[in-house]
Design a protein around this ligand. Sequence first.
Ligand code: IPM
Ligand code: MN
Length: 357
Amino acid sequence: MKAYNIGVIPGDGTGPEVIAEAVKALKAITDAGGPEFNLVYHDLGGDRYLKKGELLPEWVLRELRQMDAVLLGALGHPEVKPGILEREVLLKLRFELDLYINLRPIVLFPGVYTPIKDKGPEDIDFVVVRENTEGLYAGSGGFLRKGTPDEIAIQESVNTRRGVERCIRFAFDYCRRRNRRKKLTLCGKTNVLTYAFDLWERVFREVGRDYPDIELDYAHVDAICMWMVKNPEYFDVIVTDNMFGDIITDLGAMIQGGMGIAAGGNVNPKAVSMFEPISGSAPKYTGLNKINPLAAICAAQMMLDHLGEASAASMLLEAVKAVVKNDVRSMDAGKMGYGTREVGDLVVKYIVEPMTT
Ligand code: IPM
Ligand code: MN
């Protein structure tokens, strides 16, 4: 059986607890005849920073580059000033490993509560392809006259032709492979951001000519927020820039059942990719066995899919679906009806004995 080298970064807060359950699920997959995983742990995060002053050492980055994939728990520590771990660890990983796609499926599994009245799993099933290395996240800008009444703060959105094009091409390819409605919606703001989204829209139309089988669709980001709530069934695949993607995928996470179940992949199609639950480190739940591990388990599921392990991926997906359909009461921490470890055990149970429906 094939063996994969997986870099594991449990991270801060509840990260280690949810990663432990994802690892448990991966072990069960191996035991059920799936691939093997050599796990290489790295203790990046707030504790390491507070103890050693280290954020993302060069040698760790070098090791991660050699992995087949990376699984990340969460970063964010109450004693570390906001922005440091985010920018110097998470975003640095995304930038240094050139993980230029942030792939976020918005899927409502049967049995999971959505706050959207009269919508069900048949209506909420789309994917957001978020650009992950540019835009407002690039860190371009600065202060002038800082701390004075005349202070100016500038934060620029950086959109390169190359960066926009590779993201849009990925989205078209993904939409084709997904093979559902074959509709790709560009989420922008061409009526106001007349430089950035002018480039995005031109590239979108241009690249779209190579995909005659895909329907091209455009909507402003504010309209997309409305439709995600009003008629989520409208969407198949959405492609957008880093900042809009960040915002609409949190909205997406809420309509698919919340942060307890939402996962994402930081993808470079030609190099190592990194998978993570999209929630934060939820420090107030640390060590309480209350946090929902399903988002981390879904991240591991996306990782299997990305590695080309289709049958292992579907085994894990079916197990998660069985748990949310039969067992877990709510996706929210402390309200699941089970503890973190017990939800992990249930996933393992359905890997060992798949539910026959
Ligand atoms: C996410 C997170 C990050 C982001 C933060 C933690 C920097 O919100 O993965 O969506 O803004 O990208
Ligand atoms: Mn976010």
